[in-house]
Design a protein around this ligand. Sequence first.
Ligand SMILES: Nc1ncnc2c1ncn2[C@@H]1O[C@H](COP(=O)(O)OP(=O)(O)OP(=O)(O)O)[C@@H](O)[C@H]1O
Length: 241
Amino acid sequence: MEQTRDTDLPAFDVRGLTRTYGAGHTAVHALRGVDLRIARGEIVVLLGPSGSGKSTLLNILGGLDRPTSGEALFNGQSLSQMNDRALTTYRRAHVGFVFQFYNLMASLTARENVELVTEIAAHPMTPEEALALVGLSDRMDHFPSQLSGGEQQRVAIARAIAKQPEVLFCDEPTGALDSATGRSVLAVLDDVNRRLGTTVLIVTHAAATAAMADTVIRFADGQIREITRNPTRTPPEGIEW
Ligand SMILES: Nc1ncnc2c1ncn2[C@@H]1O[C@H](COP(=O)(O)OP(=O)(O)OP(=O)(O)O)[C@@H](O)[C@H]1O
């Protein structure tokens, strides 16, 4: 039998995924059966109204939450069947997170915030390399309070990519930023994807972000309503908000 080459596997293969919070009358069906394949090295943008289940899906794929039923495979391995220890190892080794509100340590400089990750990662780049990639070489010794919102988000991206994750999960990465700053943050994500080959998943309310994606997933009511592919990616600098 011909063996499946690793490179043929999608980054994620999601089958019949459901996630229900609570039970009985008060149960919330956040995911109602999601089937999805995400190819490696793509930028994927997830759009959908508030409460449609986007963050729930991201959290399950990122190993922060578990499905109620169904399966999510990463590189052919079932996240759903991993025990807590294996899921922690998965998060540490393979995925980076970027959230709306940067979550930087206020008492540490940009470099020290990134060091928190590089000190425990298996194959990290240096904090200097990570900060250079996001264009912050000249701000490494600044504290978060001395940086703009966009710069703080770039530090958060540097921290997320410093361990060289295969996947970067971004939940509303531009949600707290004005449009020009948001575009520059998206340009950093695009650059990371091109240079490092990182698979990037972006959850956003900003529908225009879809133009920078390879694949656009539209969510509604806990289900995928539509998956479209862009024939070409629009550079974030050219996106109109
Ligand atoms: N921990 C939780 N306990 C109970 N219900 C939850 C929990 N987390 C999410 N939900 C509910 O699950 C549904 C999906 O939430 P989710 O955060 O995934 O949506 P979303 O599409 O990311 O929304 P938004 O765009 O507002 O962030 C919502 O109805 C939400 O209230």
